[in-house]
Design a protein around this ligand. Sequence first.
Ligand SMILES: Nc1nc2c(ncn2[C@@H]2O[C@H](COP(=O)(O)OP(=O)(O)OP(=O)(O)O)[C@@H](O)[C@H]2O)c(=O)[nH]1
Length: 429
Amino acid sequence: MSLRTKLMLALLFTGLASVAMVGGLASYGLGKKVDIIRRQAAAEHFYSAVSDYLRPYGSWQAANQAEPFDLYMRRVRPAPADHLPPPELLRDRRGPPPPRADGDAPFHFILADQDFAVLLGAGVYRPGEPLPQAARRDARPVMVNGKVAAYISPEGVLTPSKEEQQYLDAMNEALWAGVSGAALLALALGVLLSRGLSRQLRHLISAVRAIEQGSLRQNVPVEGHDEVALLARAFNEMSAQLARSHEALQDSHRTISTQADQLRELSVRDALTGLHNRRYFDEQAASLYRHALRYQRPFAVVIADIDFFKRINDQHTHATGDAVLRAVGEIFRAHMRESDLVARYGGEEFVMAFPETGLAQAAALCDKLRELIAAHPWQELNPRLAVTISIGVAADLQAGSAEAMLQQADAMLYRAKQDGRNRVCSLAA
Ligand SMILES: Nc1nc2c(ncn2[C@@H]2O[C@H](COP(=O)(O)OP(=O)(O)OP(=O)(O)O)[C@@H](O)[C@H]2O)c(=O)[nH]1
């Protein structure tokens, strides 16, 4: 059962119960009040009638002999039929009193003489029998010439008159109309309140789902100042805080990621020439070798070494040596394919790996590089500077590994140095 239905039912039941209680109490109290007023009026009526009846004679016996009480009443004090006890009760001509029936007994009075002997038993007591102590307590004395001539004791309940009953019925109808109206009002209020409440809760639920799916910045409408509004406001603040924290986290994650990339790049780069370093070359060359071996594709590795580099350093300063290293690296980089690999291997040594390149093709490319370096305008760096390189090339996949191929290329480099430098030597497969 939804919260809305529960709230509506609670309001409906509370409204109905309270209105029914108020209606019931009002109806009961009204009936009771009417009964008391009528009882007092009837008692007053009967008291004055008995007083008037006894006054000329002084006693019940004398008065009754002159004119029976019921005839007297009908003659001098006509009363609405339902206010007077039936004549047979007044006369007491019936036999023993009927058993007391609970419920709708008529309202009437018992009349007793000055000694509490019953004169009119009203169908409850027989004439002459002593009035019980309980009835004596409520008995009202009828005074004639300063003496108690009789006692009147109320008995039974008053049945409302037709008009009074209609009045009571109208009051009850009005009360029940009030109950029905209050029930409808409770229902309408329940619908209104629960609609507002469930609308706000629905907003919160869909915002929580959106956050769950990654949209952290949510803003639900805040209506009023109740607890749900407080909850909505706190939710909005929490959502904004969450979004801010997430953005800050993403920023720092981006910074860390960029710095990690930079560190990774730095760790595989040579600081002087900007080319990749030996560690990177070894990893990549091994991978290129495995690929070439598996698919039986041509693959060549190269070692290049600047000739008499020690002399360059010595004769033209270490800084000139550094500039030469940078320039040679730049020439290599500029004349490589994207797929080729070039790295500074250490000192004045450079290594290269050429995928999809056979020995002759690699040797030709190396010779071109050698020529480019020899022809480079080194005089711009230093008027007497001249730079050449020696290169060893290997392209035998049977060597067993990229490292082994590099050793073969190193052997070829050694031969190039031995043969007079500024040349390319290659190992035929
Ligand atoms: N300027 C400079 N010199 C370096 C660097 N790394 C190594 N060297 C120098 O390079 C020189 C290499 O000399 P050698 O190994 O004797 O070889 P070479 O003088 O080139 O002679 P060959 O290789 O036989 O032609 C050494 O003097 C090193 O100090 C560097 O980063 N910058």
